[in-house]
Design a protein around this ligand. Structure first.
Ligand code: PLP
Length: 477
């Protein structure tokens, strides 16, 4: 493709995206294809001869779009949001346009130094403790961030033994029943295994980790000859946005000399708002690492997950191997950061460009406005649900997520769960909105996560009206 052709088709692609954004409400939120339908619409064999870009755009509309679930639709309330925004898309396009692979400072000085700067900007915007400054890195996901944290914690706990010898004794990781599954996955990858994952009790009301039980488990495991590696506290759990008591957990970790990772993948970015900074309570005590995802609720296209460590040395000790073909003067000088040593893969994209674009375009003010809109809409929704005697509301909804369920009169618990799941399926099949569910205390709750940039008052109101209308039809099997 010549630069002239690129210019022509590039303009078409930008127009296509702008049209998509403008018309997004005309699509059903969730794709309606059957499994295999998209695959069947694609040629079995690759073309021998190159094709024009018009054909690609035509097939995008014809074959791909019917199979797209519209995460940016204002009626998307499933899982957690995965925000896209104009400045992030353009920042990502610039990254692709430059085609930089910034594994080393030497292969991408600007890629490296912009990343250091925007990680510091975000730490400042979130008012994170000073010891995280200069120690931030952009990962592809919070899952990678926790794996890196575990490897660093393993390195510190065993004095580098894990990197040299592998795992030679029973190591343990401490989570709660509410912790994201990526922690157990990371434990498996790191060689701790699922058997080494200890599940700390939660308060049955708040679903927050019990620091006293954590303390007891740590003492028990040490006495049994195990090596506790890391505790993961969560700020904003995936199921219900429960918040673990980080300060108390940090104190336990300090006494036992165990690494504390704080997973704030979804909720952490809310701290751009001073009134939400309570979520940082305890971070200035003992947190060794902290992760949050601008790609969820902070207007930055997937993928962009920030990891900060209080001390980068154990992470670099765990992950740095310097083969001859990567040696260079800047690395040897010790004056630069080589972010390849702060992540699992070697290669890395220029992700900082999109976060830089987002922070500069919106400013702190615009970012706060976005978070506040989500919090306000969730509060409005919760007030309507709370005022409706036909529904039960989970009282805890400090962010954008609201959990609730209809009170199905005359049904036992199992039937009520089934009726709630069927209700969700009908709502999702309508194309008007997309919800997911969770289980709390063994009972099914609907989750409505507000936070797509296009979602406003009228969308939340319309979704609530649809939910009530569909519920009024009664349980349908
Ligand atoms: N941690 C929490 C609390 C989450 O809610 C999620 C995803 O929803 C993750 C980790 C994993 O995020 P990622 O997709 O960035 O790996």
């Amino acid at each position: 493709m010549t630069p002239e052709e690129f210019r022509r088709y590039g303009k078409q692609v930008i127009d296509w995206i702008a049209d998509y954004q403008q018309g997004i409400e005309s699509y059903p939120v969730q794709a309606r294809v059957r499994p295999g339908e998209v695959l069947a619409g694609l040629p079995e064999h690759p073309p021998e001869r190159g094709e024009g870009f018009e054909g690609i755009l035509a097939d995008l509309d014809r074959v791909i779009m019917p199979g797209v679930t519209h995460w940016q639709h204002p009626g998307f309330f499933a899982y957690f949001p995965a925000n896209a925004s104009g400045p992030a898309i353009l920042g990502d396009l610039l990254s692709a346009g430059l085609g930089v692979q910034g594994m080393l400072w030497a292969t991408g000085p600007a890629c490296t130094e912009l990343e250091t700067r925007v990680a510091d900007w975000l730490a400042e915007l979130l008012d994170l403790p000073g010891r995280f400054r200069g120690n931030g890195v952009i990962q592809d996901s919070a899952s990678s961030a926790c794996l890196v944290a575990i490897l660093a914690a393993l390195h510190r706990a065993g004095g580098g033994e894990a990197a040299r010898e592998g795992i030679t004794r029973r190591h343990t990781l401490y989570i709660s029943s509410q912790t994201h599954s990526s922690l157990e996955k990371a434990a498996r990858i790191a060689g701790i295994g699922s058997a080494g994952v200890r599940v700390v009790d939660v308060d049955p009301r708040t679903l927050a980790m019990d620091p006293a039980h954590l303390d007891a488990l740590l003492s028990e495991d040490r006495a049994a000859g195990m090596l506790p590696v890391m505790v993961c506290a969560t700020v904003g759990t995936t199921s219900t946005t429960a918040v673990d008591p980080v300060a108390a957990i940090g104190e336990v970790c300090r006494r036992h000399g165990v690494w504390l990772h704080v997973d704030a993948a979804y909720a952490g970015v809310a701290a751009v708002c001073p009134e939400m900074r309570w979520i940082n309570d305890g971070l200035d005590g003992h947190a060794d690492s902290y992760a949050t995802d601008p790609h969820k609720w902070l207007l930055t296209n997937f993928d962009c997950s920030l990891l900060w460590t209080a001390d980068r040395a154990p992470m670099i000790g765990a992950l740095s191997i310097l083969p001859e073909y990567l040696r260079n003067q800047a690395t040897s000088s010790g004056e630069v950061i080589d972010y390849r040593d702060w992540q699992i893969p070697l290669g890395r994209r220029f992700r900082a460009l999109k976060l830089w674009s987002v922070i500069r375009w919106y400013g702190a003010e615009g970012l706060r406005e976005h978070i506040r809109t989500g919090v306000r809409l969730a509060r409005d929704l919760a007030s309507w649900i709370g005022a409706d005697p036909g529904f039960e509301l989970l009282d805890h909804h400090p962010f954008g997520l609201v959990c609730f369920r209809p009170r199905w009169e005359g049904l036992d618990d199992g039937e009520a769960d089934e009726a709630t799941l069927r209700l969700m399926e009908r709502l999702n099949a309508s194309g008007d909105l997309y919800l997911t569910h969770t289980k709390v205390g063994g009972r099914v709750l609907l989750r409505m996560a507000i936070g797509a940039p296009a979602t406003g008052d009228r969308h939340v109101r319309a979704a609530w009206d649809r939910i009530r209308e569909e519920t009024d039809k009664g349980p349908a099997w």
